[in-house]
Design a protein around this ligand. Sequence first.
Ligand code: NAG
Length: 227
Amino acid sequence: MESHVQVFLNKLSYASIAVATLTFFFLYLQTPETCVDPSDSNPKPHSRFPTSTCDFNPRYYASPNKRNRRIWSTKSWTTAVSSYAAFFKTFHISNHSRALIVSAGPGHSVVAMNELGVADVTGVELVDSPPLVSRADPHNLPFFDEIFDVGFGVYLDRALFPARYVGEIERTVRIDGLCVVAVEECGPRDVEKILRLFKKSRFVRAKNVTLAGEFRTGIIMKVESST
Ligand SMILES: *[C@@H]1O[C@H](CO)[C@@H](O)[C@H](O)[C@H]1NC(C)=O
């Protein structure tokens, strides 16, 4: 291509970039007209009830701590925590245990375990809820083998791959440790089926319980071998 044509084309692209940038800033700085009603005589449109998303009141920022404290003081939170605590009391967990809770949700069960005296509790869920629950995939737990004394899968019935879910809890719990899972309340025949998901644990007991207001069946297993 001839060089003066090239130079011309270059200039043209610089000019286009400049125009685009200016247009962008102009649009950015300008208040969208749709948000302002010119016929509105009220000098403080924000002081009345918002009628559209354009017409909003700024909300004050609540720090995560403040938000958590608010949630943790609600009745539904404390009842849920007590329901988990009541269930945990039905099997022995020493205060020095390392506990893992999978599908911990917002962390009711983590707090329940803490309140019973177990300090070392790791709660995981697909969506984290700091500081109680961190993010991890229940089907692929980021923990070494056999490091926990007790593992609790709160929602085995919601797992995408139940065998894998159980396998991961079994893998991370030590021999003679407890693997506990909860499912929607079910009878002995369904419990039978769930037991088949466990490859290295023996059945201790099943128990119908109310957890966070839901009728559930808790199944308690003991890990026997490392294979
Ligand atoms: C375990 O911790 C709880 C709560 O802190 C306490 O009441 C209980 O006495 C402790 N149990 C043992 C055996 O230390």
